[in-house]
Design a binder for this molecule. Structure first.
Ligand SMILES: NC(=O)C1=CN([C@@H]2O[C@H](COP(=O)(O)OP(=O)(O)OC[C@H]3O[C@@H](n4cnc5c(N)ncnc54)[C@H](O)[C@@H]3O)[C@@H](O)[C@H]2O)C=CC1
Length: 383
């Protein structure tokens, strides 16, 4: 914990201790007090506050500082309220994100300032206290806190017109979102959904209260603290050394094959879940497993996908597909995979049947691409 953090935590603790006895004007006075106290502490270090922010955003540069800044907003409601007033806010309407076209035909969330949202809420006749429902999502590379807000109670078309954007279902928009926009919008939607369905305590049935950042909800009767939840899912690209194994469910779009995936059972390790899923779905036993990378996946709800490569012995590649889980599973050569990766747009109805693979932004695509690259490299090195 750095010196600044220690001072800030102490000040926030003081603010929290005083908070139940404060009126809202007293509270803003308190925030101001916290701000000016921190400003005086930091002045000798030549660190200055932006005009309207209680948190010294200029001080925070670099990854570590950003992470500590975000953590401090989760831990201190007053700091979070202050950061919100200086933040980027992006909107949802009943979990549907507000997006705009970018130059290259891609989409990005519409980033708004606090006062943008405030004035539109006033114009559309809504209580601006709705802004306090905003949920902390992240922090930009420029140290700008990012919040999301669901304005489901307002007229959707009127909001879209005010902000020159369009509300678009995330399933349709996800693959058109730019690289940083896709995970941000997915995370925001998952957090908003989690808050919507965790308004009551599962033990007492009493309402739960969120903290200002929206990183937890508490039941005051049972003292249970609820945290946003993801379901762990394993996904694996199995190889026999020369070919890789892909499957398709009947619900997949026509012609699309993907790496094998499945939800972890309670108590399972990553390795156990992988071995079980592959045994269940295609009837083969894995020989070795290596971890690749992970991803938050918003569909159908919030999953934490853990991606691995695995091998099977070339002598045991005979598949026994469970047709209640998969419509088909097959081994593919590197040439077939390379041509599948070149299909960049989803085939339309009426197009000739073609083999294609999950698009960018998916962990499946990353695993398949990694395998293809390794196969090419090992072919090259063998001359
Ligand atoms: N991002 C990516 O690259 C990919 C993501 N996926 C995702 O992986 C997930 C699992 O894929 P599937 O092949 O459908 O797995 P699966 O066949 O194990 O899952 C389907 C079944 O799991 C059960 N289930 C549903 N939600 C659950 C939960 N939260 N916890 C435990 N069990 C649950 C249900 O019985 C459901 O019918 C899906 O969310 C899918 O969207 C799948 C392939 C690629």
């Amino acid at each position: 914990m750095n010196i600044l953090q220690k001072h800030k935590n102490r000040l926030c603790v003081q603010a929290e201790a005083a908070e139940p006895h404060q009126s809202s004007s007293d509270q803003s006075g308190l925030i101001q007090q916290v701000r000016s106290r921190m400003a005086s502490l930091l002045r000798p270090l030549r660190i200055f506050f932006p005009a309207r922010c209680c948190v010294p955003t200029r001080f925070y540069s670099g990854f570590v500082s950003r992470m500590r800044f975000l953590n401090s907003l989760k831990e201190c409601d007053e700091a979070c309220v202050a950061a919100l007033q200086n933040a980027h806010i992006f909107l949802f309407h009943r979990l549907v994100p507000l997006l705009q076209q970018t130059g290259r035909g891609n989409l990005s969330p519409v980033f708004l300032t606090y006062s943008d949202v405030q004035s539109v809420l006033q114009k559309l006749g809504s209580d601006e206290s709705l802004l306090k429902e905003s949920i902390l999502v992240g922090c930009s590379d420029q140290n700008q806190a990012q919040f999301c807000l669901d304005v489901g109670e307002l007229d959707q078309a009127a909001v879209a017109e005010e902000f020159k954007g369009c509300f678009m279902d995330l399933r349709k928009a996800f693959f058109l979102l730019n690289g940083s926009g896709a995970p941000l919008v997915a995370k925001a939607q998952a957090l908003l959904r989690w808050h919507q369905i965790n308004r009551f305590c599962g033990a007492t049935g009493q309402p739960t209260q969120r903290n200002q950042a929206g990183s937890q909800r508490v039941c005051s009767s049972s003292s249970i603290i609820y945290y946003p939840k993801m379901s762990p899912v394993v996904i694996v690209l199995v190889s026999d050394g020369k070919r890789c194994l892909l499957g398709r469910q009947s619900s997949f779009p026509r012609g699309m094959y993907s790496a094998l995936a499945g939800f972890c059972d309670m108590g399972e390790t990553l390795e156990e879940a992988l071995c079980r899923e592959v045994a269940e779905e295609v009837g083969v036993e894995l020989q070795s497993i290596s971890y690749s990378s992970s991803q938050h996946w918003p569909f159908p709800h919030s999953s934490f996908m853990l991606g691995c490569h695995a091998t099977v012995s070339p002598a045991h590649t005979q598949l026994n597909v469970d047709l209640s889980e998969l419509e088909d599973a097959r081994w593919f050569t590197v040439e077939e995979i390379s041509s599948g990766l070149q299909v960049k747009t989803t085939p339309r109805r009426g197009d000739p049947p073609s083999f294609w693979l999950p698009p960018k932004h998916t962990l499946a695509n990353r695993l398949i691409t990694e395998w293809r690259d390794r196969q090419r490299n090992s072919k090259d090195s063998m001359g």
